[in-house]
Design a protein around this ligand. Structure first.
Ligand code: ZN
Length: 119
């Protein structure tokens, strides 16, 4: 199963953080602000089937990679887990009945929902 752990800004050790897929990069000081305003979140992904698939991805690439994996999998439902500080959320993402919101604001809403239960 694919899982993704939120990389909280205070856990970033390097000066910058970069998405392994789209290369979007921010200084860690900017990431704090962007994260707090739900503009971007980075995730450390891992897969129980593919240990080498571990990567740092932004939320957009994370969602895209799940969509892609689902399509590769014959449009089957893709369960995946997102770990936040205190919670573990399991999503069942089906490309044809996507409950991930569409539109420009959607990643922001997705992140807002994800972190709603953080303190
Ligand atoms: Zn990205």
């Amino acid at each position: 199963m694919l899982s993704a752990e939120v990389i909280y800004p205070n856990k970033v050790k390097s000066r910058t953080i970069t998405c392994a897929d789209c290369d979007v990069e921010y200084p860690s000081s900017d990431y704090i602000l962007l994260f707090k305003s739900f503009k971007i979140s980075y995730f450390e992904t891992s897969s129980s089937e593919l240990p080498s698939a571990s990567a740092t991805l932004c939320h957009e690439c994370l969602l895209n990679s799940i969509l892609y994996a689902s399509k590769e999998n014959g449009d089957k439902e893709m369960p995946f887990t997102i770990l936040t500080k205190d919670h573990e959320y399991t999503f069942h993402f089906h490309p044809e009945e996507s409950d991930l919101p569409e539109g420009d604001d959607s990643p922001e809403d997705f992140l807002r929902g994800l972190f709603a239960d953080d303190e």
